[in-house]
Design a protein around this ligand. Structure first.
Ligand code: BG6
Length: 343
């Protein structure tokens, strides 16, 4: 059965063997599957062919990263994009387009398989922030995910899929799951439009499952003072620094929302895309999202006590489902996806 990606609509094909093994790949040819033993000669020929065809992307591969922690390396040749997805937390740590990095990696980031990696896109699931009994932001970002697909799709998109479920070895998962049967799949795609990440939560049990979640994007910026967010005005937000009081974000008259002090907000019912404009880097970063992620959080600690020393260099803009938790009925799948484009 062909699987259709969230935004791109591309179908899956050409699965490559999981596990970083380069010696054997499966290709779909004339509708048939054949397993080919990859020799060096074959690889050379394939590389030459790809070059002649104008940059066909290689399948993603698993490689060792910081402290030997494994990540998936993805390259989309035509558009000059590259991404790194750590298996720990399914954390998209880096995304570059023509060598321009979009995400922040903290100098204080810890790569030890115990603490969330403060970089890129940690996943907050099944709990955003402190709203529940789990540690802040839940267990997804502090769990080793299983890689379940490394593929080049029919339309040339480069695709990685990772999974956790109620069966994943983890005390936190065991305690949250109880009798719940569920799986969470995270799909990361690079295509001509940019980077897409989609969290899909399937309820395989007999009772509804409720959760909150966010894609905790750490966006790299030249200096927080040079950054403006567009698409958040004329809306309401919960001010997390003022007892979650509901407040109005007025019309910004085209000036965008600036960060001039410690800011921690959950904008509710943001339907449109949010644009982050960095006037020093001249980066225009557009984040589109599915309506299932109806909230958008905006966070910068602005030098507050104990915060990351690199606070001037990031802003967090996070598509989220928090103000009204998601509920997934038995047998159903909930999908929350975002699409990043860099201009
Ligand atoms: O756990 P991290 O990566 O340091 O992020 C913490 C922050 O995450 C943000 O999403 C929250 O809005 C903040 O309240 C919180 O402080």
């Amino acid at each position: 059965m062909a699987f259709v990606c969230g935004f791109s609509g591309a179908t899956r094909r050409m699965p490559a063997k999981i596990g970083g093994c380069r010696s054997q790949k499966t290709f779909s040819r004339d509708g048939r599957r054949s397993t080919v033993k990859m020799t060096n000669e074959f690889e050379d020929l394939a590389a030459q062919l790809a070059e002649e065809m104008g940059g066909m992307s290689p399948p993603p591969e698993i490689v060792p990263g910081v402290n030997g922690m494994e990540y998936v390396l993805m390259n989309h040749e035509e558009s000059g994009q590259s991404a790194r997805v750590y298996k720990y937390g399914a954390t998209v740590q880096s995304w570059t387009q023509n060598k321009r990095e979009v995400f922040f990696t903290s100098k204080e980031a810890v790569f030890n398989g115990k603490k969330a990696i403060r970089a890129g896109i940690p996943i907050c699931f099944p709990q955003f922030g402190p709203y529940g009994d789990l540690p802040a932001h839940g267990f997804a970002r502090i769990t080793e995910w299983e890689v379940t697909a490394l593929e080049v799709l029919e339309d040339g998109s480069v695709y990685t899929e990772l999974k956790i479920s109620n069966e994943t070895e983890s005390d936190l998962i065991k305690s949250w799951s109880g009798d719940k049967k569920w799986e969470a799949v995270y799909a990361v795609t690079l295509n001509a439009g940019g980077l897409e990440t989609a969290l899909r939560v399937t309820n395989n049990g007999s009772e509804p499952i409720e959760f909150t979640a966010a894609l905790h994007n750490y966006i790299n910026c030249s200096n927080i003072e040079k950054v403006r967010m567009y698409g958040l005005d004329n809306s309401k937000y919960m001010d997390r620094l003022d007892g979650d009081k509901k407040k109005d974000e007025p019309d910004d008259m085209g000036a965008g929302v600036a960060i001039t002090e410690e800011t921690d907000r959950i904008y509710t019912n943001i339907e449109n895309e949010v644009v982050v404009f960095d006037s020093a880097k001249l980066h225009v970063i557009t984040i589109k999202k599915t309506p299932t992620l109806s909230d958008t959080t905006l966070w910068n600690p602005f030098g507050s006590d104990g915060c990351d020393a690199g606070w001037k260099s990031f802003v967090c803009v996070e598509p989220a489902v928090v103000s009204k938790p998601a509920v997934v009925a038995p047998g159903e799948t909930w999908t929350g996806a975002q699409l990043f484009a860099l201009e």
